[in-house]
Design a protein around this ligand. Structure first.
Ligand code: AMP
Ligand code: MG
Length: 479
């Protein structure tokens, strides 16, 4: 073993019932497809070493580097509202944690690294399609300024995995503030293991919310972080698609890029996921579902909040009751910025909703309409421009009593309204090319998505909505 990383592992110090200590399962022929050199530098890792033979072996799960304490985490969760008492890393191994250049603790996890005791019926593997998808979309989310897990690297394994047909196997290296989920708390709460809950809550507080002193503070901090996160998703037309409690991170980062998608035409009830038959995780349901998930966290934390259960419930309910206002405030901040307002007025929410209603009625493109507002040509986005003109009268009247000068406003609006998002048809296109062995389209798209707020006239095609025959109607879980 020649490769050593500056690991500083804290989760591995928790009691044995928090995880299964185990190494990834080796693969026959690792090949590095992409290394995120900038992220490596941010983590204080040597990109050159990571791209070398030992580095690639590590990223494929063939070599456990010095300092690692590999393990699969256990958790539980509500999936589509149904309770699963035991889930866990069924195809992931946490190698360890490093302190990044700012002192933040970050998990380094391999996803697609072979079976674990939590694999249930699965093979523990991932195939290249969903790995390319997660790499692209998580890095796009980061560039959009939203809290998210990151992609450090992507390797193919030289091994086929069996899905509907045989597919090329791949491993994604995911970096996260932590992989502690609402479902991690639920796992111990369901077992009435209060000592473990206390340890987990202390660990999560120290790691993510050092200012939080109690379990109730922790609940409040997670509630605020989720209100901010979901409002951020709404602002870019993102639909997570599988907001199960095991896919909600305590850190407030977006996690689990399965059937997620960005909307093209604005449709508040939009659902992409093939398995979300009842629209539980539709675009406009995401705040409600976040609150539902937070209620599961709250109920898990009750024994730590107060020994008197009635009192614990009252305190937790008080925190959860604050969520709708927190979310509304975050949402308003974001959408005010999107329409160029620096000040706040009573009727702003109504003004924004009127625009959204008109966009929904005419199927206007979500991203391009807001971007066009910043560039002065929004009428073109409406099949019925008169509908926009009518709204614009109210908007102009409102802008007239906003303090910003035009130049500042234009710059601020461009920074609040991305020109490019990972459109589904583009993502599908680069996956198809990648699976056929050509990663050049992936690289091009990734580079465009890394600068979503910049004018990129040479890449104007990436801002175009899909042609009717390019529309992606359904997305699938990344298994
Ligand atoms: P997800 O839908 O990705 O959140 O996964 C839900 C659960 O299924 C998690 O515990 C995963 O680890 C597990 N899982 C998903 N895909 C696989 C697979 N191919 N092999 C083993 N476990 C899997
Ligand atoms: Mg998951």
């Amino acid at each position: 073993m020649t490769l050593t990383l500056p690991f500083d592992n804290s989760y591995a110090q928790l009691p044995e019932r928090f995880f299964t200590a185990m190494a990834p399962t080796p693969v026959p022929a690792p090949r590095l497809i992409r290394l995120n050199a900038r992220l490596a530098a941010e983590l204080g890792l040597d990109a050159q070493a990571l791209s070398g033979p030992d580095g690639v072996a590590m990223l494929a799960g063939n070599l456990v580097p010095g300092g690692a304490a590999p393990l699969a985490q256990v958790y539980a969760g509500h999936q589509f509202g149904g309770w699963s008492p035991q889930l866990g890393d069924g195809r992931a191994i946490l190698l360890g944690e490093v302190l990044d250049q700012t002192g933040q603790r970050r998990d380094i996890q391999l996803k697609g690294s072979g079976p674990t005791p939590y694999s249930r019926m699965g093979d523990g593997r991932a195939w290249l399609g969903p790995v390319l998808r997660e790499y692209l979309i998580s890095e796009a989310m980061y560039a959009l300024g939203l809290p998210t897990t990151r992609a450090l690297a992507m390797v193919t394994t030289g091994q086929e995995v069996l899905r509907e047909t045989p597919r090329p196997g791949a491993v994604l290296t995911r970096v996260a503030a932590s992989h502690i989920r609402v479902g991690t708390f639920q796992y111990f709460a369901a077992r009435r293991d209060t000592p473990a809950l206390q340890l987990l809550a202390d660990h999560a507080r120290a790691r993510h919310y050092p200012q939080a002193e109690t379990a109730l503070d922790l609940l409040a901090a997670v509630t605020a972080a989720q209100a901010r996160l979901i409002a951020g998703w709404m602002g870019v037309g993102f639909i997570h698609g599988v907001m199960n409690t095991d896919n909600m991170a305590i850190s407030g980062e977006t996690i689990d890029y399965g059937p997620c998608a960005f909307m093209d035409a604005y449709d508040p009830g939009k659902v992409f996921s093939s398995i979300d038959q009842f629209g539980r995780y539709a675009y406009d349901k995401q705040a409600d579902i976040a609150l539902w998930n937070l209620a599961q966290l709250a109920s898990s934390l009750l024994p730590l909040i107060d020994a008197d259960q009635d009192r614990a419930v009252a305190l937790a309910t008080g925190v959860l009751d604050g969520f709708p206002d927190l979310f509304r405030a975050e949402w308003l901040d974001i959408f005010r910025a999107k329409i160029g307002l620096a000040s706040a007025e009573e009727d702003d929410a109504a003004l924004i909703h009127h625009l959204l209603d008109r966009m929904a009625a005419t199927g206007a493109d979500f991203t391009n309409t807001f971007r066009a507002l910043s560039e002065g040509n929004p009428r073109d986005q409406f099949t019925d421009p008169a509908a926009f003109d009518q709204w614009a009268q109210g908007w102009n009247a409102r802008l007239a009593c906003d303090p910003q000068d035009d130049e500042t406003r234009a710059a601020q609006m461009r920074a609040a309204n991305p020109g490019v998002i990972p459109r589904n048809h583009r993502v599908e296109e680069v996956i198809q090319a990648g699976v056929a062995g050509d990663f050049a389209p992936f690289e091009t798209l990734l580079r465009v998505l890394e600068r979503p707020f910049d004018a990129q006239p040479e890449h104007a095609a990436f801002a175009h909505p899909p042609e009717p025959d390019q529309v992606v109607r359904q997305t699938f879980c990344g298994t």
